[in-house]
Each structure stands twice: as structure tokens, then as C-alpha cells.
Ligand binder design. Structure first.
Ligand code: 13P
Length: 247
């Protein structure tokens, strides 16, 4: 059975004090037992947050694809693992767009992170012009087939997919529940065609893009939506807690 997941992505926001206060307060709340709660924190906050987090899992937002070496300023998967970090978000559209990350590089990062026993939140999603041309299904399919479809079935047990249409990120414009469901169903079909029914049914697929307390319930109620990857609304404890309770 696939798990229900509420994941926050703090992006390049927050500092250690904010993060520790947030996680301590969230840990004190009664979180629904069957929902996995994840916070995607800046690198610098991961270790301090891991010291407080019990129920809450911590994700990094990126890692390097090489084991170690002369890559000034970079953070390796092994370093992340040493903090106790649970997940790493790979392939976020902001990394693809602003840091020129290709499907090929993203696959290398995923393999390196899996080697170090980190779980993956793999992001995919189309830009506006692709959606307007009605090419979004084939666009996302190629993102999947160029990266996670090259993993083994066993490796995919440690991968969660996040569908984040770029036109819905930080814009306040959410995909309609029907648009989210259609794409999630399509993603499951791609996984079924590349692997099998079992794998397609058991992989969790999150929706991301302007998820907020007012729309989370309806989006999460869709048959193929297993939760959300939440940016802006994960920075306020009340709104993130509301979203966690929206399953
Ligand atoms: P927003 O929820 O702010 O639109 O961000 C979505 C996102 O990019 C999560 O990774």
C-alpha cells in the first residue's frame, strides 16, 4: 500500500532558530498516524532539525552526483546521510531551470543518493507553454523515462514522485483537482508500462504547486494523489498543520 505524505519544501527560506521552533511545535501537535510528514530544509538546518525531529522526517533539497572531491560549495549524499537526513528532493523545477539540471544529471544524483540509503522525492512537471500546447503528458513521460524509469524495481521502493506543474508553483494558480488527477493517473500508467501494475499502484505520487489549506482536501481526495509537496504554505505552522490534516 502506498503512503500518504505531506511534505514541505522550505526552499531558500528560514534559519536554524525558525526551523527548530517550527519542528518542535509541530512535533507537539497530534499528527494523523497514517500521514508521513516531511520537511525539506536548507542544508544548514538539517542536522539541528534532526536533533529535534522524532515523528517528522527531514529532507534535503539537493545533493551532488559525485561521491566526494574538489567541488567547492557542494554537499554530497554521504554528508547528508551522516546528519541522519531521511530524504532528498531531486529534480525540482527550480534546480532544472536555474541550475541547468538535465534528466541525465538528475538520474546520477538519484543513483548516488540511493547508494547512501537516502529516500528520494523526484520532481517532474511541465512549463506553461507545454501545457498550452497540450503536450504535458508526453513531456512528463519523457522526464520519467529519462530518469526514474532507468532504476530497478527495488530502487523505486525508495522513490516518491512529486508532480509539480511549473505554472502552478508560487503563482497562486493551482492545477484543478481534475488536472492533477489526470496527470497522476498518466504517471501511474507510465510506471505500469515501464514496470508492472504492482509498482504503479504502490508508488506514492504527490501534487505540488500552490497547495494551501483551502484546496488541499479536494486535491488529496483524488484517487491517484497521495499527498502534497508544499512550498509557501509550509512556512507557516498553522497552514502546514491544516494541510497535514487534509487527508
Ligand atoms: P508553492 O507551494 O509555493 O507553489 O511551491 C511548490 C513547490 O515548488 C514545492 O516544491
Amino acid at each position: 500500500m502506498r503512503s500518504q505524505i505531506a511534505a514541505g519544501n522550505w526552499k531558500m527560506n528560514t534559519n536554524i532558530d525558525f526551523g527548530q521552533d517550527f519542528v518542535a511545535k509541530l512535533e507537539d501537535k497530534e499528527l494523523p498516524k497514517d500521514v508521513e510528514v516531511i520537511i525539506g530544509a536548507p542544508f544548514i538546518s538539517i542536522s539541528p532539525l534532526k536533533q529535534i525531529a522524532k515523528r517528522i522526517k527531514i529532507a534535503a533539497q539537493n545533493c551532488h552526483d559525485e561521491e566526494s572531491g574538489a567541488f567547492t560549495g557542494e554537499v554530497s549524499a554521504a554528508m547528508l546521510k551522516s546528519t541522519g537526513c531521511n530524504y532528498v528532493i531531486i529534480g525540482h523545477s527550480e534546480r532544472r531551470q536555474y541550475f541547468n539540471e538535465s534528466d541525465e544529471l538528475i538520474l546520477k544524483k538519484i543513483l548516488k543518493a540511493l547508494e547512501h540509503e537516502l529516500k528520494i522525492i523526484f520532481c517532474c512537471g511541465e512549463p506553461l507553454e507545454i501545457r498550452e500546447n497540450n503536450d504535458h503528458e508526453s513531456f512528463v513521460q519523457s522526464q520519467l523515462e529519462n530518469s526514474i524509469c532507468k532504476l530497478s524495481k527495488e530502487e523505486l521502493e525508495n522513490v516518491v514522485i512529486a508532480y509539480e506543474p511549473i505554472w502552478a508553483i508560487g503563482t497562486g494558480k493551482t492545477a484543478s483537482p481534475g488536472q492533477a488527477q489526470d496527470m497522476h493517473q498518466h504517471i501511474r500508467k507510465v510506471m505500469r508500462n515501464n514496470f508492472n501494475e504492482d509498482l504503479a499502484e504502490n508508488i506514492s505520487i504527490l501534487y505540488g504547486g500552490s497547495v494551501k489549506p483551502s484546496n488541499a482536501k479536494e486535491i488529496f481526495a483524488q484517487k491517484d494523489v497521495d499527498g502534497g509537496l508544499v512550498g509557501g504554505a509550509s512556512l507557516k505552522i498553522d497552514s502546514f498543520f491544516d494541510i497535514i490534516q487534509s487527508f
